[in-house]
Design a protein around this ligand. Structure first.
Ligand code: FAD
Length: 400
């Protein structure tokens, strides 16, 4: 693996920069910068996806015959880095980066032909039906049942914390098809259109006051058996493969680098007494530590990109990448909140001064800090909690 950028890489970087400066409008950048939730706003993400599809750059990690790009790992990294620098909106990963790799490996030719073009074009918007009330970390205990009846499965049960189910038209679901075996051996992976009779989606509003997650109910929902991915009762293998991509298939380090730059800029303006925070050795030391940890993450991601380029998957070390990126991001949000102190409180920068209403105090950058801080707490829970990742690292990476 070569981690130096070659002259050709730098030519490619210029091409990417030109593309971004021509196609990414200031309005899109501003909207992306103001995003405080896990995923970008649906309309914004889909608008950007459409532009990238037209250019042929929406899914660099996909096989070329399905619309991917034959970029080297370095080029993929440069793409991610320049997108982060330009504040490009993130694409919604559920279909593009989570379900698609599963279909490449386990999908039938019919399923690939049916779903992949629609995932790429944005015609289909997917969500993930893994967790249930009582089955999160202990996912294999899931109870939503699928019982065969003719050519269909009849599905009953509920899924919870389903991100963007209120936007989605399809859900990929883990269901129980056998109760008489060890839990992992009785699970099947199903693709379910959300407009089928018997499905209800109910909102869950988070402590950050966001509507991102939902509970989905299945009441005698008839799903054709042809919607099964992989063999019956072998869904656990399919599910774990998908999780590798959810946890560590993308490039987080490039975006984190930009967040650290933004933190530094805020801490250079905000003062502790007379002194800018960035001149405080203790604060600057905490920032430097994050930069060092992010460099380690960057190297790990380049190794993952190399593996993906050779047709491999991220593997269990994706748990390491997930914990690193989550920990660094949460610490950045904590330091930013410390830097802007009470101006970070929602609406605190809009106060009434001497009877002058709507007077603004504090810098505009403080506006999103608290929402981002609160929202990012969830990242050490979703996709498998921090402790669960540590268990995987201990067993599957370190062999303990
Ligand atoms: C914002 C958000 C979005 C989400 N989106 C989705 C989605 O789209 N689709 C989906 O299917 N799910 C989604 N989830 C669910 C997420 O995957 C689960 O919340 C997560 O797996 C944890 O499960 P739980 O909430 O049941 O907590 P529990 O499993 O009950 O865990 C509670 C605590 O116990 C700890 N713990 C549990 N087991 C162990 C262990 N063996 N060793 C050490 N500590 C342990 C955990 O680390 C955690 O701190 C989302 C969650 C959030 C918060």
């Amino acid at each position: 693996m070569n981690i130096e950028f070659s002259a050709e890489d730098e030519v490619f970087r210029e091409e990417v920069k030109n593309f971004l400066s021509t196609n990414l409008t200031d309005e899109m950048r501003r909207e992306a910068e103001r995003t405080t939730t896990v995923f970008a706003d649906k309309d914004l993400a889909m608008k950007w996806q459409e532009i990238l599809v037209e250019k042929g750059w929406a899914v660099p990690a996909w096989p070329v015959e399905h619309g991917g790009v034959a970029w080297t790992p370095n080029q993929k990294y440069i793409w991610g880095q320049e997108c982060a620098k330009s504040h490009a909106p993130g694409l919604i990963p559920l279909g593009l980066r989570m379900l698609a790799p599963v279909l490449f490996k386990y999908g039938t030719p019919e399923q690939k032909a049916e779903y992949l073009p629609k995932i790429l074009s944005g015609e289909q918007y997917w969500c993930q039906g893994y967790s249930e009330p009582g089955s999160g970390s202990d996912l294999s205990s899931l109870k939503t049942s699928a019982v065969k009846d003719g050519d269909d499965y009849v599905v009953n049960g509920t899924k919870i914390w389903t991100t963007h189910a209120h936007f989605a038209d399809h859900i990929f679901c883990l269901v129980r098809t056998d109760t008489g075996v060890k839990p992992q051996a009785g699970i099947t992976f199903l693709l379910i259109p959300l407009d089928m009779p018997g499905i209800t989606v109910k909102p869950i509003i988070t402590i950050a006051d966001d509507h991102e997650v939902n509970q989905v109910f299945f009441d005698d929902v008839r799903v054709p058996q042809s919607n099964r991915v992989g063999p019956e009762n072998e869904g656990w293998t399919v599910a774990k493969y998908l999780l590798e991509f959810e946890r560590g298939g993308g490039g987080a380090a490039a975006g984190i680098r930009e967040s650290i730059e933004s933190l530094k800029s805020v801490a250079s303006k905000e003062c502790d007494g007379q002194m800018p925070l960035m001149n405080d050795p203790s604060f600057a030391g905490r920032v430097a530590e994050l930069e060092i940890r992010n460099e380690a993450l960057h190297l790990q991601e380049l190794m993952t990109l190399e593996k993906l380029s050779k047709g491999g998957s991220p593997g269990p070390s994706s748990s390491l990448a997930k914990n690193s990126s989550v920990d660094i991001n949460q610490e950045i949000n904590t330091l930013k909140l410390e830097a802007v102190h009470y101006y970070g409180l929602p609406n605190a920068n809009k106060i009434s001064l001497n009877g002058h209403n709507d007077e603004w105090v504090g810098e505009s950058y403080s506006e999103t800090v608290t929402s981002r801080y609160i929202n990012s707490r969830a990242s050490s829970v979703f996709g498998g909690s921090r402790e669960v990742q540590k268990n995987i690292i201990a067993k599957a990476v370190l062999g303990l």
